[in-house]
Each structure stands twice: as structure tokens, then as C-alpha cells.
Design a protein around this ligand. Structure first.
Ligand SMILES: [Fe+2]
Length: 299
């Protein structure tokens, strides 16, 4: 009889551990490259409720009934089974996460090899996006994981790999035909990334990063149809474009950038987000310039 109670107590302790490990797993899995679908939230909550139900069942059986060896061993075995399943999904998720990061890093290496300036701009936009992200109220960020927007910001211009260098690095204004080619880079980016399942949720953010609130962007998407994350990246991209030197223009200061961004709030950029952006202290934005990148030496 003592053995039965020992098995139930050990099973209960293991069940508590399972609940805590599952909770930690759910929190960590938000870092995986996914925006968190409502379907996943339903199943996660159901799994939590069932785990707690099982734990209450263990205690109830131990206190209110007279469990025999068979019941004790089924309960103990059940808690071990749940522990094995949780270990399995944690391992699987870690593998998926590592592969997603490996793929992104490989793409970044490709960008770096082809065009170090583009890599500098991408890292700058990534840092400014994440700096702005910190200041955006939680309720506005619902359904977007930090890692998703970070990767989207980093790879927003990956489609420029498909744009001829003569257009990309032209030391002057582009003519109408060249602009048409240049405008294809968000769609080219989507074409490059669309085979990767883990990027599914971030593709529209990359495709629409040049859309404008007044609907006059690259693909004329109406303002209310532009994904929230794409609006955030658009601000970081604009700030980077203003404060870095290009072949056809010198770098401008933080003050210039803020005044230009305020001017285009409500026409080009989201007005609520621009307000938030303009409240970020200058030193924090200065710190966004990636290491080994001199804003004045960028094309
Ligand atoms: Fe772009």
C-alpha cells in the first residue's frame, strides 16, 4: 500500500514539473519564427487545462479513494509518459528554431558576399526596428513575436539581390524604367523566401514595406491593408535611408530625419507610429548603427 502512495506522490510531483516545463516551453516557443496563430493558442490552453485536471485527479485519487497497485502504476506511468512527450516537443522545437536561424544567417552571408552596403543597411534597419518595437505599447503588438519582426526587418531588402547592380548603385536618380525594376524588390524578396515555411507569416511584411498610408506606395495598397509590422519596418527603413549616405545624396542628421518623418506622418508613414518613433531618445537611435558601419560611407 505504501508503494502505491509513493507512486502517486512521485506521479503528482512529476505532473507539477510537467506543467512548469510546458509553461516554459510555451513561453520560449514564442521566440520561434512564427506569429502565433489563434489555433495554436486554443490547443495550448486546452493542454494546460488537461495537465492541471490530471494533477487534481492524482491528488483526488490519493485522498478520497483507496487506490490499488494497478491504479498507482497507471498514474505514475502516465506522468512519465507526459514528461517524455514534453521532452520530445521541446527538442523538436529547438531543432526547428536552430534551422530557421541557420537559414537566416546563410541568407545574410549571401547578402554580405554580394553587397556589403546592403548588409549594413539591413542590420541598421533591424536595430532601429527593434528599438522602436521596445517603445510600442503591448496592445498594438498583439500576434507579432519580436523574433518574427526582427528577421523580417533584417531581410526586408533581400529582393535587392535580384536587382542589377547598375540600378542598385547608380550614382544619380533612377529613370522611370529603372524605377519599375527597383520597385520589384519587395516581390523578389517574397519569391526568395516563400519556399521557407517558417517565413510564411513575415512575407506580407516584406512585400509591403514600401507601401504608404495614403495608398501611393510601390503596389498602391490602401493604408488600412498594410500589415502593422510592415508599417514599423517602413519607419526604420525611412530613418536608415535618411541618415545614411547614398550615391546620390549625403547623410542627414538625426534632427533632419525626425523633421522629415514628422512631415510625412499620415501620408507616407503611420502617424501613431511616427509619434512613438519621434519620442525615442537620440542616443538610443545612434546606438542602432551596426558595428563596422560608418553611416557616412554607405552608398
Ligand atoms: Fe526596400
Amino acid at each position: 500500500m505504501l508503494l502505491v502512495y509513493i507512486m502517486i506522490i512521485l506521479g503528482s510531483i512529476l505532473m507539477v514539473t510537467n506543467i512548469l516545463r510546458f509553461d516554459r516551453f510555451v513561453r520560449r516557443s514564442k521566440d520561434v519564427l512564427s506569429s502565433g496563430k489563434s489555433q495554436d493558442v486554443f490547443w495550448t490552453n486546452l493542454a494546460f487545462i488537461l495537465l492541471i485536471f490530471f494533477l487534481i485527479g492524482y491528488i483526488g485519487i490519493a485522498v478520497f479513494s483507496h487506490p490499488d497497485f494497478l491504479v498507482g502504476s497507471i498514474l505514475f506511468g502516465g506522468s512519465i509518459f507526459v514528461a517524455i512527450i514534453i521532452s520530445f516537443i521541446v527538442h523538436l522545437t529547438d531543432t526547428v528554431k536552430e534551422r530557421s536561424i541557420d537559414i537566416v544567417e546563410t541568407l545574410i552571408e549571401v547578402i554580405e558576399a554580394r553587397d556589403p552596403n546592403l548588409n549594413g543597411h539591413s542590420r541598421y534597419v533591424q536595430n532601429v526596428t527593434m528599438c522602436l518595437w521596445k517603445y510600442i505599447p503591448t496592445e498594438m503588438k498583439e500576434g507579432i513575436t519580436p523574433v518574427s519582426i526582427e528577421y523580417a526587418a533584417l531581410l526586408h531588402d533581400v529582393g535587392k539581390l535580384g536587382i542589377p547592380e547598375s540600378i542598385l548603385n547608380k550614382p544619380g536618380k533612377l529613370d522611370a524604367a529603372e524605377w519599375e525594376v527597383m520597385k520589384q524588390h519587395p516581390k523578389k524578396g517574397v519569391r526568395i523566401l516563400k519556399k521557407l515555411k517558417s517565413f510564411e507569416d513575415v512575407l506580407p511584411w516584406i512585400e509591403y514595406h514600401h507601401e504608404r498610408i495614403d495608398g501611393k506606395g510601390y503596389y498602391r495598397i490602401p493604408g488600412d491593408k498594410i500589415p502593422f509590422a510592415a508599417r514599423v519596418i517602413a519607419i526604420a527603413d525611412t530613418y536608415s535611408a535618411i541618415t545614411m549616405r547614398r550615391a546620390y545624396k549625403p547623410a542627414k542628421t538625426y534632427e533632419d530625419a525626425v523633421s522629415i518623418i514628422k512631415e510625412v506622418a499620415g501620408t507616407q508613414l503611420d502617424p501613431k507610429l511616427t509619434d512613438i518613433f519621434c519620442s525615442i531618445p537620440k542616443p538610443e537611435l545612434d546606438a542602432c548603427v551596426p558595428e563596422n558601419v560608418d553611416v557616412d560611407s554607405i552608398y
